[in-house]
Design a protein around this ligand. Structure first.
Ligand code: ADP
Ligand code: MG
Length: 603
């Protein structure tokens, strides 16, 4: 008997809904974005019980015809793109055509909609993907969308919802992301019959004031200076807080082409511009709006669409940093600061992963030819005693020449390392020293440096964490659940924020700052794997395994090469470590070719 069959649409939609609709906030986002795409000028959001029982969005947009209203709930039904190329010219918020299909799979949906040209509107009711009512109705122009009892048919998800307070906060956060870029649209947010926000049409600054102004007492936006720059690549506008107005809890927002985005790398650019101006642990507020050609960004990498990839991130980093600095300088906010000291800007190697683009892609890299072909034509081959044996690994070729304690001369470098310019060759950094030519395996060096950082953070009990906007759910076997439970404290110390989601899954809502959001699950799996492999259950041992596993997942991959600055910085960090010659798992980081070694080669 054949056993494979296609899933009914309702089941497929419910599964896919897990990705798009994770909580009331994601549902709200999709509905409001649809209203904006429909050209609405006034949008009302009515919420009951933090969205658990009701989430209603009323707009005065284009409305839908009877057929379109029915079509809208089909998966991949969209009026916004027709062919793959359209994806590159996106100017609308939605485009996947999956939101409504996903929402109606996990809720009881009622929609009333009417177009300008129609006498009567359409009422449609759908429960768990099933149409239960469709009839003509009297209603104003626009669309009135009610989502009732979200997750009524997915108890696990319903249980996963946090307290009303938390979910309401999530709803508002999502609402802010949208209203801050649409000051020309009037918005209302009502929760349990109480008007929480009433936002009239205005300028961006007025909108920011209307949203955040009440908290401070004095004018919130009065503490801002303008940022503006226009280049061929990008136009940047916005407002940044004066350094003296910085607080622990700052509002920091980036938007691109009318869409909220998270961008840790650009955040770094802003913070770098502020460096030296902030006291203690305070942060500046910023609201920065980017405009770029749509084809130079990729919004299609995650269903929730907050991670955005730019083609020219490195350049934009520089432009943004310069723009922020100029604003801070123009308003004479920091007379003591010398803006010409470009060279002093720290670009920690550890941030490579947050902002990959500074790293040059090696077009010659081919995972199938290395290391047996291309890289053995490099140094390894030259220095392998028997160079015909191409199977000799890069490491074993140098094994005999590892730095041993007594071989280490009292002084390795004549000049401080930071003043030397390493030559970058293949996977290695080449450095002249008084004792000979030093080769440093840079990925391993990076692993070592990061490992020490993680260990330090973990033993201090405070890992640096970044929030995931929407938690990711990771499914696990029962034994992994037990294993994870036993190391959960250590994981939290490392910067993970984890909550049990169901009997067989955890949700990840925060990850170590250096980790890429899309690598979170893999990194966690790798950690579980590493810990599973260790025989002992001593906390100390686990900690080391976790630190090492994370270091490997965040260190620069072989496929990327370093800039000179990064190489220098990496070496600076490496050479202060007590045993910088070996990775935590005993692999060689540095090899020294003494003058004698070289002389012998040329004998
Ligand atoms: P997407 O927004 O990605 O196209 P959705 O599932 O969110 O996909 O919506 C499907 C379609 O339904 C949209 O393309 C649009 O044509 C229509 N639609 C949804 N909401 C509205 C609305 N509030 N007003 C008018 N049309 C709407
Ligand atoms: Mg949509």
């Amino acid at each position: 008997m054949d056993i494979i069959h296609l899933l009914p649409d309702s089941v497929a939609n419910q599964i896919a809904a897990g990705e798009v609709i994770q909580r009331p906030a994601s549902c709200l986002k999709e509905l409001v974005e649809n209203s904006l795409d429909a050209g609405a000028t006034r949008i009302q959001v009515l919420v009951r019980d933090a969205g658990r029982t009701l989430l209603q969005v009323i707009d005065d947009g284009s409305g839908m015809s009877e057929t379109d209203a029915r079509m809208a709930f089909e998966r991949h039904a969209t009026s916004k793109i027709a062919k793959a190329q359209d994806l590159f010219a996106l100017r609308t918020m939605g485009f996947r055509g999956e939101a409504l299909a996903s929402i109606c799979a996990v809720a009881q949906v009622e929609v009333m909609t009417r177009r300008k040209e129609d006498e009567v509107g359409t009422l449609l009711e759908i429960h768990g993907s099933e149409v239960v009512r469709q009839e003509p109705c009297q209603c104003p122009i626009g669309t009135n969308f009610k989502v009732k009892n979200l997750f009524f048919n997915v108890p696990v998800r319903r249980k996963f919802l946090k307290t009303d307070q938390t979910e309401l906060r999530n709803l508002l956060t999502e609402f802010y992301h949208i209203v801050l870029v649409y000051p020309k649209v009037q918005f209302t947010f009502v929760h349990n019959d109480e008007v929480i926000l009433e936002l009239p049409v205005g300028t961006e600054k007025q909108r920011i004031e209307a949203v955040f102004g009440k908290s401070g007492g004095k004018s919130y936006t009065g503490q801002f200076v303008d940022v503006a720059t226009d280049t061929e690549l990008v136009s940047i506008r916005g407002f940044i807080g004066k350094p003296e107005a910085a607080t622990k809890n700052a509002q920091q927002y980036f938007f691109v082409n009318g869409r909220y985005m998270r961008h840790p790398y650009f955040h770094k650019a802003v913070m770098t511009a502020y460096s030296g101006m902030l006291t203690g642990e305070t942060n500046p507020s910023y609201f920065i709006y980017f405009d770029v050609a749509p084809e130079t960004i990729d919004v299609n990498i995650h269903p929730t669409k907050t991670e955005i990839k730019f083609q020219d991130e490195q350049m934009i980093f520089q432009i943004l940093m310069a723009a922020v600095r100029e604003s801070l300088g123009k308003f004479n906010l920091t007379p003591s600061l010398d803006f010409n000291r470009e060279g002093e800007i720290e670009m920690p190697v550890g941030d490579l992963d947050a902002g990959k683009p500074r790293v040059v892609f090696d077009p010659n890299y081919n995972p199938f030819t290395r290391p047996s072909k291309s890289s053995t034509q490099g140094w390894e081959k030259l220095y392998t005693p028997n160079s015909r044996d191409t199977r000799v690994s890069p490491d074993s070729a140098f094994q005999t020449r590892n730095l041993s304690d007594d071989a280490q001369p009292p002084q390795l470098f004549e000049t401080p390392v930071s003043e030397l310019t390493p030559y970058i060759y293949n996977k290695y950094l080449l450095l002249p020293t008084t004792a000979g030519l030093m080769l440093v395996h840079y990925r391993r060096a990076h692993i070592k440096v990061l490992y020490e950082q993680y260990l330090k953070q973990m033993s201090a009990g405070k890992g640096v964490s970044q929030q995931l906007l929407f938690p990711e759910v990771i499914d696990m076997s029962p034994d992994d659940m037990v294993l994870l439970e036993s190391i959960i404290d250590e994981l939290r110390f490392a910067g993970f924020e984890l909550d049990q989601f169901s009997k067989t899954s955890y949700s990840i809502s925060g990850i170590p700052a250096l980790l890429n959001a899309q690598d979170a699950q893999t990194a966690l799996q790798n950690i579980l794997h590493a810990v599973r492999e260790t025989a002992t259950s001593a906390t100390d041992h686990w900690r080391k395994q976790i630190a090492l596993s994370l270091a490997k997942d965040t260190a620069i991959p072989y496929t990327q090469t370093l800039t000179e600055e990064e190489a220098k910085h990496l070496l600076d960090q490496l050479f202060v470590l007590p045993d910088y010659r070996l990775t935590p798992d005993g692999k060689t980081i540095c090899v020294l070719l003494s003058d004698d070694d070289l002389a012998r080669k040329f004998a």
